[in-house]
Design a binder for this molecule. Structure first.
Ligand code: MRU
Length: 374
């Protein structure tokens, strides 16, 4: 791979509206963190501002959390789940002195509200279901006690996510050899999780193991998560990365520059069909044509075994302005008709392997997935 492999310094902080928190171990910015007790606040690294501005936004109401998820201040399937769990805690702060009946009704109301923020990433619903289950199991306690337990559950979801990311990194890095160039789409890094990410965790681990790797990042139209976020994260870690427009992937593969594709997923059906950022399906088709392995890295919370295949995965439709007027510059005529699905579904037969925190599912099938998750 003869492309330039310059190492970049960490991106400078240019503006802050609230203190950003660095992870003490890795010296990297934290995607989200909670401060205080059950009456505390959720801090999010505002991903709509990256990479120009590194600033946190503080959520003090459940509406703040809903909005942050909706407008992608926090994004990526696992991170949305963690943020929503803390959102439940925030939404219940004024109900601490309510009767248990009222409190539990409020739990359901707030969970339903947060569930309506984005439809595709199943981790959101998975986290909200966990929060509801904890609340309803605690019927014998006071509302205050249940609320404290909900904060503990949100913290557990965050910590488990970190552990899952590390495990995905360890398993997935066995797929990478020194000298490999990896293509990724969208952002499945630390910014998309509470830990080191999924697809990018694999690359971080391989680099930490001393493997000399290089990454191609699709820019990922229309919201440019690849250009804005994935390249930024890889720069921060000193991993060589080359940005390409989405439409260049075929040519770059044809030139023999890519040895493996690794992406994240927002929801994986029982048979292995995987929803991920729009454009992923096209990349998988290209990978098969060029004989390149196409792998998905995701925690077990991303599986939705209630869906036999990907046809039932709800696909989020987003505003037309994201396509016609992205980042404030109009690039299409006024009143043009736009179709803007935010995700697509890659059929399982195009997926070489799915990496989870438990290991690697090769050539995923319904049976292999069931056994893996059992
Ligand atoms: O719309 P986004 O930015 O939330 O989409 C994110 C993705 O598609 C990611 O690839 C996916 O959530 C996996 S994140 C580990």
């Amino acid at each position: 791979m003869a492309l330039p492999t310059k190492k970049f310094p960490a991106f400078p902080r240019t503006e802050q509206i609230a203190p950003v928190e660095m992870n003490r171990v890795t010296s990297l910015y934290k995607t989200l963190f909670w401060t205080g007790n059950s009456n505390g606040q959720l801090h999010l690294l505002d991903q709509t501002q990256l990479p120009q501005h590194i600033e946190n936004t503080i959520c003090t109401t459940v509406e703040d959390v809903w909005n942050a998820i909706k407008v992608l201040k926090v994004r990526g399937a696992p991170a949305i789940g963690v943020a929503a769990a803390y959102g439940v805690v925030i939404g219940l702060q004024e109900s601490r002195n309510a009767s248990v009946d009222e409190f539990l009704r409020e739990v359901d109301r707030i969970a339903a509200y947060l569930a309506a923020s984005r439809p595709t990433a199943v981790n959101l619903f998975w986290a909200l279901d966990r929060m509801k289950a904890v609340a309803w199991k605690c019927e014998a306690f006071t509302a205050t006690e249940i609320h404290d337990r909900l904060l503990a559950e949100a913290r557990s979801i965050e910590l488990e996510d970190q552990t899952m990311c590390s495990a995905i990194g360890r398993h997935g890095s066995t797929l990478l050899k020194a000298g490999m160039s990896i293509l990724t789409h969208c952002n499945a890094g630390g910014l998309a999780t509470a830990g080191d990410g999924t697809a990018l965790a694999v690359m971080f681990q391989a680099a930490a193991d001393g493997k000399d790797i290089h990454v191609f990042a699709d820019e990922t139209r229309p919201l440019l998560q690849g250009a804005r976020l994935t390249t930024w994260e890889l720069q921060q870690r000193g991993i060589p990365v080359t940005l390409i427009c989405d439409s260049m992937a075929a040519q770059v593969m044809k030139e023999g520059r890519i040895q493996i594709v690794i992406t994240g997923a927002d929801r994986i059906a029982a048979n292995g069909d995987a929803a991920n950022k729009i454009g992923t399906y096209g990349v998988a088709v290209l990978a098969q044509y060029h004989g390149i392995p196409f792998c998905v890295a995701a925690p077990s919370s991303t599986f939705d075994l209630s869906l036999p295949d990907g046809s039932g995965i709800p696909i989020e439709q987003r505003a037309s302005e994201e396509v016609t007027c992205g980042f404030g510059t109009r690039t299409a005529p006024e009143n043009i008709s736009v179709y803007n699905p935010a995700f697509d579904v890659t059929p399982a037969e195009l997926i070489t392997a799915i990496v989870t925190e438990r290991g690697i599912i090769r050539s995923p099938t319904t049976q292999a997935i069931r056994e893996h998750l059992a």
